[in-house]
Design a protein around this ligand. Structure first.
Ligand code: DX5
Ligand code: ZN
Length: 215
C-alpha cells in the first residue's frame, strides 16, 4: 500500500502540535518536514530545534527534506534532533556519495532528491547506497504549486533502474500531489506520496489521506 507523508509546510504553525496529531490520527505514515535555508531555495522554514521539539509530540517517523546548501553541515544536527530519514538534494553538493554515507553513519535512512530539471543519471552510480529517492514534481521552495507531469515518466524510468539492480529503495514524490494524480503516481512506481495543501488545505484531512491512500 502506498504511504502518505503530510508536509507540515502547509500546517498552521501557531498550532503545530495539534496539526501533527491531527494527521497522525488521520492515518499518516510519515511526517514530511521541509527544511529551507533561503539560499538553495528562496524561503526559510524550520531548523533542528523545531524538529527536536515536535519529536516529543508524535510517534510518526520524521522524513526530513533538506532544501539547503552545504547539506553536509546539517546531517548531524537533524539526526540528533530526531530525523528518521534525511533527504538531501543532488544539486546542493558536489560530494553526494560522502554526504549519503554520513547520513548512514547516524543509522538513519538516506535519501537523495532531484529537482525537475535534474536527470536520473546523477544518482546512477550511488543508487545501491540509497534508501529513498525523492522525485520533485514542482520546483522546491513553496507549497501549493502545480504538479509537473514529466515527473511521471521520470518515476517510471527510476522504477526500472531500481528493479534492474534489485534495489529495495523507495520512490517518493513531492509537489502538487492530489487525489487526481495519486493513482497515476502509484502506477508509475511511487511508494510514498508527500502532500501539503491536499491534506492541510482541506477541512477533512482524514478523508483527504484516505482518498490518497485508496488509489
Ligand atoms: C516544496 C516542498 C513540498 C511541499 C509540497 O518545496 O518540498 O514538500 O510542502 O506541498 P504541496 O503538496 O502543497 O505541493
Ligand atoms: Zn518536501
Amino acid at each position: 500500500m502506498i504511504q502518505i507523508a503530510p508536509s507540515i509546510l502547509s500546517a498552521d504553525f501557531a498550532r503545530l502540535e495539534q496539526e501533527i496529531l491531527k494527521v497522525e490520527t488521520a492515518g499518516a505514515d510519515l511526517l514530511h518536514i521541509d527544511v529551507m535555508d533561503g539560499h538553495f531555495v528562496p524561503n526559510l522554514t524550520f531548523g533542528p530545534p523545531v524538529v527536536k521539539a515536535i519529536r516529543k509530540v508524535t510517534q510518526l517517523p520524521f522524513d526530513v527534506h533538506l532544501m539547503v546548501d552545504k547539506p553536509e553541515e546539517y546531517v548531524r544536527p537533524f539526526a540528533e534532533a530526531g530525523a528518521n530519514i534525511i533527504t538531501i538534494h543532488a544539486e546542493a553538493t558536489p560530494h553526494l556519495h560522502r554526504v549519503v554515507q554520513s547520513i548512514k553513519e547516524h543509522r538513519i535512512q538516506a535519501g537523495v532528491a532531484l529537482n525537475p530539471a535534474t536527470p536520473l543519471c546523477v544518482i546512477e552510480e550511488i543508487l545501491h547506497d540509497l534508501d529513498l529517492i525523492l522525485i520533485m514534481s514542482v520546483n522546491p521552495g513553496f507549497g501549493g504549486q502545480k504538479f509537473i507531469p514529466s515527473a511521471l515518466k521520470k518515476i517510471r524510468r527510476l522504477k526500472t533502474m531500481l528493479m534492474q539492480i534489485n534495489s529495495p529503495a523507495l520512490i517518493e514524490v513531492d509537489g502538487g500531489v492530489t487525489s487526481e494524480n495519486a493513482a497515476q503516481l502509484k502506477d508509475a512506481g511511487a511508494d510514498i506520496l508527500v502532500a501539503g495543501s491536499a491534506i492541510y488545505g482541506v477541512v477533512d484531512c482524514q478523508a483527504a489521506i484516505a482518498s490518497l491512500k485508496k488509489v
